[in-house]
Ligand binder design. Structure first.
Ligand code: HEM
Length: 365
């Protein structure tokens, strides 16, 4: 096809390759001469999901490309944001679609389940590519029978997954981008020192109020624990070594510098220059939360369809799937930033020069 073909005409049917697309639903029960009515729905549901996975991968690959540049260009940030938002919207749709699957009753499923064996969503290479591109590492995964999740794939598919896992995931690129945040030290302003002072002040103030209050001793104790102190929630951001110990032990993943930058972006998100970075971090949380919700929702549907039976792919079924929902979160560290936030009223004031640096200044005075 050449550029001049832009001005030729094409029919809807041909443009969408509908002859090919609509001939791809081939129920095995029909081929065996005992058509199970719901098998077509089952096939279409999975095919639609695979198409959406393809779209999600297209968006993710384009975002990765923009983030791989030495310095992420500011004028690309809005495009990145729009594409990540599109992914969140697609995931919302994927969650909603489970309701369509649930119009099939467990008894109807039994009419054709044997024809699937041992096919399973477990063998969806695109789903694994989405997870790996976002940043789920092999060692983060729940395995069963102690085997790699990759063994169900062909050599070529395994090589693709390996390339994704070693080529720099979205998690890793975001981490590097955060580490480059230029505002942690701005002239005389040292963000971390100012934050530490603010945390100490806030904790001192709150603890004094709690101990002077009319609360019972047990309530005072509970309120004090909620506020925390510099040996609890805040310990790892106030102490680089402690954070590095947590990374080494797997309690945290995001590097120290990236964590501090994410904290700064969250605390000062109202500064114009930090709006887009804040929205970007929020979108990553939305994607993570959406996938987690999909995992729970899928696990719930599986419980309804097959109870406690094992899956066609050989896992423990519902039990395995529910555990992945908890364990396969990717941007957990960004969620954990919330335990480090302090009220706006306790935030250190930014020196005017810093505030000017963080603002949009189009004035020509
Ligand atoms: C009647 C409907 C369904 C049932 C009973 C079902 C059952 C299961 C089970 C038991 C597993 C665990 C692996 C195994 O042992 O097989 C699984 C995994 C999976 N299923 Fe489904 N599923 C259904 C529909 C769907 C649909 C519509 C999709 C959309 C693509 C899907 C995607 C997946 C994926 C991606 C996994 C792998 C999850 C992971 O390992 O984290 N499933 N499914």
């Amino acid at each position: 096809m050449s550029k001049s073909d832009k001005y030729t005409t094409i029919h809807y049917h041909k443009y969408l390759e509908l002859d090919a697309l609509l001939s791809l639903q081939k129920p095995r029960s029909t081929a065996a001469g005992e058509t199970a009515h719901d098998e077509t729905l089952f096939i279409i549901m999975h095919q639609v999901y695979e198409l959406w996975f393809k779209q999600i991968l297209t968006e993710l690959d384009s975002v990765l490309l923009l983030f791989r540049e030495e310095r992420v260009r500011e004028d690309n940030m809005h495009t990145v944001l729009l594409r990540l938002r599109r992914i969140t919207t697609i995931i919302d749709l994927l969650i909603e679609q489970i309701r369509v699957m649930e119009t099939m009753t467990p008894l109807d499923f039994l009419d054709f389940r044997d024809y699937l064996f041992p096919a399973s969503g477990f063998q969806s290479v695109q789903f694994r590519m989405v997870e790996a591109t976002l940043g789920l590492r092999e060692e983060d995964r729940i395995t069963y029978h102690g085997k790699s999740y990759k063994i169900v794939f062909t050599e070529e598919q395994q090589a693709r997954l390996h390339d994704i896992e070693t080529g720099g995931s979205l998690f890793e690129l975001i981490e590097k981008w955060l580490e480059r945040t230029p505002f942690l030290r701005f002239g005389d302003f040292d963000f971390l020192a100012a934050y530490q002072e603010a945390v100490d002040r806030m904790i001192g103030h709150e603890q004094a109020q709690i101990s002077n209050s009319q609360l019972s001793d047990s309530m005072k104790e509970m309120r004090s624990r909620m506020v925390g102190d510099s040996s609890t929630y805040f310990k790892h951001v106030l102490d680089r070594e402690e954070h590095e110990r947590m990374v080494a032990s797997g309690e945290a993943r995001l590097s120290y510098d990236a964590t501090i930058a994410a904290l700064l972006i969250n605390l000062y998100r109202d500064q114009p220059i930090l709006n887009i970075p804040f929205n970007l971090l929020t979108e990553l949380l939305n994607i993570d939360e959406g996938l987690t919700t999909w995992r729970y929702r899928h696990a719930q549907m599986v419980m309804r369809m097959i109870g406690n039976k094992i899956g066609t792919g050989g896992s423990s079924g519902h039990d395995y799937l529910a555990r992945t929902a908890e364990q396969h979160k990717i941007f957990r560290d960004l969620h954990n930033i919330s335990s480090l936030l302090i009220p706006r009223s306790s935030l250190p004031d930014l020196p005017p020069a810093v505030e000017r640096g963080l603002g949009f200044h189009f004035r020509n005075t």
